[in-house]
Design a protein around this ligand. Structure first.
Ligand code: AKG
Ligand code: FE2
Length: 310
């Protein structure tokens, strides 16, 4: 083997190592979505690209309506929302929502990964995870939470500011180009403006700051998307939602991811059942995203110590 060949081959190998992230994107045919993420900080991926059958979303809706009923105490239907008047106790108020608890027309169902295998499978969807890893970094991506946003008709929604925020807001400024968190919102019902669509400011991830008010509200646009679509967005992208002004429900699943140096919302390492983690379509990936084998945080002496010679 000539010296020249060796140099060329070693360059080739090093190039292959460095381009592996974009190779995954190319293999899955996701270049146009990566481009949109770069430019707008958000993209919408349709079912024919992410490959999850619509029947799976139907099953998820059925599950979440039943779960809503058991948590809230009344029947829920897609056409009517809750079949009784419901309210939060005033001491249970969620920040960023209506100041009057009787105006709140949404709640979160948390820890979906522990509730059914279909939610674990969704959290490791190869297309969603490839786009998220593209923004955060392949080896350093972890789960932050797997929650459902359950909403129904109400004029107020998140109020006049549309609840606009950037998900990585708890991280101090300045932010760089790498996403410190990144999110997927799976639309389990159609997203329309009147129906309470997701709101966002295109390109706002490049401002590398938290939202500025009131200008952010004027810059916001609705993300109208058919049931089964997944909205993927950068942790620095300014977003919120419009109020649902028409009868019925708007349901989504937010599978939220983080850089391993950012703390998670759900505590997977201390509370997630390892057998459940193994029971999904890609157990190795699920395990890695839970961070079960991460070096930090340790809870006992983890480094070796020297001992005096006998
Ligand atoms: O749909 C919404 O209400 C907003 C969702 C959101 O803020 C999120 O998933 O981070
Ligand atoms: Fe958010």
């Amino acid at each position: 083997m000539s010296k020249q060949t060796t140099i060329t081959e070693s360059r080739g190998a090093s190039h292959a190592r460095h381009s592996s992230r974009s190779q995954v994107i190319a293999d899955l045919g996701l270049e146009q979505y990566v481009m949109q993420l770069e430019v707008d900080g958000l993209c919408v991926v349709p079912p024919e690209v992410h490959g999850v059958p619509i029947a799976v979303f139907d099953e998820m809706v059925e599950f979440l309506l039943k779960r809503s009923a058991s948590l809230v105490g009344c029947t829920f239907s897609l056409e009517r929302g809750p079949h009784a008047e419901v309210t939060f106790k005033s001491d249970q108020q969620r920040s960023g929502l209506a100041e009057d608890p009787s105006k709140i027309t949404q709640f979160l169902i948390q820890q979906l990964g522990s509730q059914h295998r279909m939610f674990r499978d969704l959290a490791v969807n190869p297309v969603a995870v490839a786009l998220i890893k593209h923004m955060i970094g392949s080896k350093v991506t972890r789960f932050s939470s797997n929650n459902s946003f359950v909403k129904w008709q109400g004029e107020f929604g998140y109020g006049p500011n549309l609840g606009l925020h950037a998900d990585q807001s708890a991280v101090p400024l300045p932010w760089g180009r790498t996403a410190l968190t990144a999110n997927t919102n799976w639309c389990l019902t159609d997203y329309t403006l009147e129906g309470g669509a997701f709101a966002y400011v295109p390109g706002s991830h490049r401002f590398a700051s938290r939202p500025q008010f009131p200008s952010a509200v004027a810059q916001a646009v609705p993300v109208e998307a058919a049931k089964g679509s997944v909205i993927v967005f950068h942790g620095a992208t300014w977003h919120g939602a419009y109020p649902r002004k028409i009868p019925g429900m708007r349901i989504s699943i937010a599978n939220y991811y983080r850089h391993m140096m950012v703390s998670s919302q759900e505590d997977y390492r201390n509370s997630f059942d390892r057998d459940l983690a193994k029971d999904c379509v890609n157990p190795e990936l699920f395990w890695a995203l839970c961070g079960f084998d991460d070096e930090f945080p340790y809870c006992e002496q983890s480094q070796p110590v020297p001992r005096v010679l006998d």
